[in-house]
Design a binder for this molecule. Structure first.
Ligand SMILES: Cc1cc2nc3c(=O)[nH]c(=O)nc-3n(C[C@H](O)[C@H](O)[C@H](O)COP(=O)(O)OP(=O)(O)OC[C@H]3O[C@@H](n4cnc5c(N)ncnc54)[C@H](O)[C@@H]3O)c2cc1C
Length: 302
């Protein structure tokens, strides 16, 4: 029996499951939480082709309907580790251990939180963790970006092109980003650097109206009026369960190429979990399709 195990039912895992099942493989899709992954946490998606606007939950459901229609076996379990077992792999989970010849890892990432008052209340209602996803909702308005690494500066430059003013708030007195990102934000006169400051509170009643920050050099607090806050303090990629089998980057992403091949034969990585530049639904779906096709070739000995 040609069996593939897919870990994670976000857009990458669900697309991989649909393609693998359609190709005649026996597919077990293991998910520890909600089918849909990160999509389920966002109210509106405006950049997934085919829909001018769709709720994250609705898009998840539509993908999930395609998965169930494909005859995929669904397993609710938490994957703890992956081990080589002869020509197969053992996927060791909290409740059970499953075995297959090919494995597609599509476990995604989580977004680092700011951990300040108001964040939970305004998450998805002014607080965003993805500038490319949500920037358009704040076109022509004032926003803040929190962070000082490459992604924060990339986000600031992206938002600088569509928002009226961007406050770039960073705890250190210098950015951690590469020079090219610093040069890029220098070319915007609507990006204001707020260095040596930390965010301490999100302000608003019905709607988000600003952010309170503290100057780390003087301890003086002040409020900055904004309609949107973009947390760009990093993604958390937890691939420790797979580190004994596949190579990881320094940041913990799975090393793989555009075909989703990893350093281990028969193990493929799809979506946000793998080393890549753009982490979006459409990219995750593309990876899922590619990984399933490569898994099929691997199982067919091609
Ligand atoms: C708030 C928010 C808004 C966004 N808006 C947009 C947008 O508008 N447009 C866009 O294109 N992108 C958007 N994104 C990004 C997009 O959601 C991701 O790029 C995409 O979901 C990545 O898909 P994935 O399948 O790789 O991973 P994920 O969606 O992260 O799915 C991974 C799945 O794996 C499961 N999993 C993890 N570990 C285990 C384990 N050990 N065992 C079993 N299961 C496991 C998780 O529970 C999860 O369901 C947004 C993200 C967020 C957080």
């Amino acid at each position: 029996m040609k069996e593939v195990i897919i870990i994670g039912a976000g857009p990458a895992g669900m697309t991989a499951a649909i393609y693998a099942a359609d190709a005649g493989l026996t597919v077990r899709l293991i998910e520890k939480g909600m089918y849909g992954g990160q999509m389920t946490t966002t109210a509106r998606i405006e950049n997934y082709p085919g829909f001018t606007e769709i709720a994250g939950w609705d898009l998840s459901q539509r993908m999930f309907e395609c998965v169930t229609a494909s005859g995929v076996s669904l397993t609710t379990d938490n994957v703890l580790s992956l081990e080589r077992s002869g020509s197969n792999y053992k996927v060791i989970c909290q409740k059970n251990t499953y075995e297959a010849t090919a494995v597609i890892i599509a476990n995604g990432v989580t977004r680092r939180k700011l951990d300040i008052p108001g964040e939970k209340e305004f998450a998805g209602k002014g607080v965003s963790y993805c500038a490319v996803c949500d920037g358009n909702f704040f076109r022509g308005r004032d926003v803040a970006v929190i962070g000082g690494g490459n992604s924060a500066l990339e986000d600031a430059a992206y938002l600088g092109g569509i928002c009226r003013r961007v406050y770039l708030i960073h705890r250190r007195d210098k950015f951690r980003a590469d020079d090219k990102y610093v040069r890029a934000i220098d070319s915007f006169d609507n990006i204001e650097r707020v260095l040596s400051h930390v965010p301490i509170r999100i302000i608003g009643n019905e709607t988000l109206t600003g952010i309170e920050v503290k100057d780390l050099k003087t301890d003086i607090k002040r409020s900055i009026p904004v309609s949107g806050i973009f947390a760009a303090t990093g993604l958390i990629s937890d691939n420790s369960a797979y580190s004994g089998v596949v190579d990881l980057t320094e940041e913990g992403y799975i090393v793989s190429d555009e075909n989703c091949l990893t350093s281990a034969p028969g193990v493929f990585a799809a979506g946000d979990t793998r080393q890549k530049k753009l982490r979006q639904i459409v990219m995750a779906c593309a990876d899922g399709a590619s990984a399933a096709k490569r898994a099929l070739e691997y199982l067919n000995g091609v």
